[in-house]
Design a protein around this ligand. Sequence first.
Ligand SMILES: [Zn+2]
Length: 196
Amino acid sequence: MLPQFQAVGRALFTQGLVSCHSGNLSIKLGEHLLITRRGSTLSSIGEADLVKTGIARNDRATPLASTELEVHRSIYKKTSAMAVVHAHPPYAVTLSFTEKEIIPCDMEGRALLPKVPILGKQVTVKAGDLAEEISKALKQHQVVLVQGHGTFAVGQLLEEAHYYTSILEQNCRLLYLLKSLRTGSNASISSLPTEG
Ligand SMILES: [Zn+2]
């Protein structure tokens, strides 16, 4: 299991989807989850950076787990996800302040992520917050965005959840560029034409 954590951790870092100590990954193992350690660096995950703890129960390893443990636990309790990727993609986080939701504009994005909700609009979010809201939204979506914070994506494998994170960021980058072409106009990017 370590190699898939390492491959996805490195890819997230090299693509700029996480910074030095941000982001966390987990997979479900029956009644347990295997999650990155609190404060670990995703670009260089080692054996000691993976923590196995209960989904419903605490044990001795629980305090070592990522600060987003409660969100990962809630996702496994409420959805059929087998893997969760949390990242801080800069364009997605930027647009989380100005948009109500993200409607991807390229062909791949439109096909796989018709709409990405933005949660936490009314609150100041810190790590571990919004577990209920995030897991509820992930019943219907592959990825959600938390305002001013980052993304939570689900899949059957870490690679799949990474893929959705990366499609969302790519689309947010395109939407940001489209929006910059419209300088001087008040149009929301949600109203930009999606064809062409
Ligand atoms: Zn975060």
